[in-house]
Design a protein around this ligand. Structure first.
Ligand code: FAD
Ligand code: NAP
Length: 337
């Protein structure tokens, strides 16, 4: 384990904004992770954990120690139709999904091409195209920062919700995820209800899709619709879709007949944050190198040399204008450092 001083963090987050870490370490085993935490404690500095940096906006230099989690490894066990995979927290999410699809194991195919690591996936219970990682989740191992011990969290302990989990709430900064276990199936269970996916399958002339067809469709849709962080800095959706009371949503729809509304199982209604932002005139707006993506108003972008605080300032003004026009509060999805 090698602690480095003053490290440029630009390559480590998908926003690609300039920021420096006072100290930096890359850990590839649980032992190294313990050593890094012990070093931070002994030197009296705070620490931050980074996976793929695709859900973080750096608004300035980071004091203390940045720990880059790169614990690797994949284990497989099979029982009848079930395939249980256990992956190290530092494995690339999309590489793991690709590997499962290559083996015709179904469960994660709708979540293809999401950047980042396995260890960060349970943090906000990543989701897309009609599913969430919680659907296949079995358990995870996480190091307790206070005791240095590894504890296994079963699904019922994780409080998974819409882009939410216990690790983002009560256990934030208290544990570091070291591995995650998912249950998949060799008997395909296809989920093609999401409109874009259904349309793409029709376009491809596929009537009875296989796991690989869903994966290919999702990859194609995402490549078409979303900015590639390799080309334009971004962290995906900057805000969560607001979930509001049904009564409020129908009031809003009576004065905004085209407002998209998605009723939830608990009676609440999810609104499309991108639509609200677009209606306030933000889609495609560019201020210097900070902007709102031209095709997707939920994605804030760095065209080159925007600073994190410029992007945050833009985000704050977007929140204020949506609140003023619709009386709806947009909650940030991206973690601000
Ligand atoms: P990071 O950005 O490195 O970290 C995110 C948070 O998790 C930080 O608070 C960090 O401290 C913490 N963390 C990271 N690793 C660990 C660990 N091992 N233990 C404890 N805490 C940890 N998200 C979706 O939900 N659905 C999408 O469809 C989606 N699409 C995206 C598309 C694009 C183009 C981009 C850029 C982002 C997208 N995202 C999406 C957001 C992002 O990819 C996910 O949230 C992803 O899981 C973040 O992983 P990461 O490793 O990059 O996490
Ligand atoms: P989209 O298809 O244009 O839809 C806009 C919004 O409407 C989405 O956010 C989605 O909510 C909601 N929606 C659409 N159809 C729905 C349905 N049948 N049931 C419930 N909600 C529905 O969205 P998009 O921007 O192209 O993104 C496609 C998918 O990828 C979405 O699931 C989105 O969450 C995911 N994505 C996430 C990120 C991120 O950073 N979090 C970035 C890019 C894409 P949901 O978001 O709840 O699905």
């Amino acid at each position: 384990m090698k602690i480095q001083s003053r490290v440029d963090l630009r390559p480590y987050t998908t926003f690609g904004v300039e920021a420096w870490a006072e100290s930096f370490v890359c850990v590839s085993t649980t032992e190294e992770l313990r050593d890094a935490l012990a070093w931070a404690r002994a030197t009296g500095v705070v620490y931050q954990v980074l996976g793929g940096g695709s859900n973080v906006l750096l608004t300035g230099d980071v004091t203390g120690l940045v720990i880059l989690v790169r614990l690797l490894g994949r284990e497989v066990s099979m029982r009848h139709d079930d395939v249980v995979i256990r992956c190290g927290a530092g494995e690339s999410w999309h590489s793991v999904v690709t590997w499962t699809v290559e083996n015709s194991w179904s469960g994660l195919e709708n979540l293809a091409l999401i950047p980042g690591t396995i260890g960060a996936a349970p943090m906000q219970n990543i989701g897309a195209y009609g599913t969430e990682q919680a659907a296949c989740f079995v358990e995870l191992d996480a190091l307790d920062v206070a005791t240095g011990e590894v504890h296994t969290y079963r699904k019922e302990e994780c409080a998974f919700g819409y882009r939410d989990s216990v690790f983002k709430q009560k256990l934030r900064n208290k544990v570091i995820i070291t591995s995650v276990t998912y249950r998949l199936s060799t008997a395909p269970s296809i989920n093609s209800t999401y409109r874009d996916v259904a349309d793409e399958l029709v376009e491809r002339g596929i009537v009875s899709p296989l796991v690989a067809d869903i994966y290919d469709s999702v990859v194609a849709i995402r490549r078409r619709k979303l900015p590639d962080p390799e080309e334009i800095g971004n962290a995906g959706s900057f805000f969560k879709n607001p979930v509001v009371k049904a009564e409020f949503a129908s009031q809003l729809q009576s004065s905004n007949p085209t407002l998209p509304m998605y009723p939830q199982k608990d009676g609440s209604v999810k609104l499309a944050a991108a639509w609200l932002i677009d209606q306030c005139g933000w889609k495609g707006v560019r201020e210097g190198d900070a902007g709102v993506h031209v095709n997707q108003a939920l994605v804030l972008v760095n065209y080159g040399n925007a600073s994190g605080s410029q992007i945050l300032d833009l985000a704050t003004r977007i929140q204020a204008s949506v609140y003023q026009k619709f009386n709806v509060e947009l909650e940030r999805e991206v973690n601000i450092w």
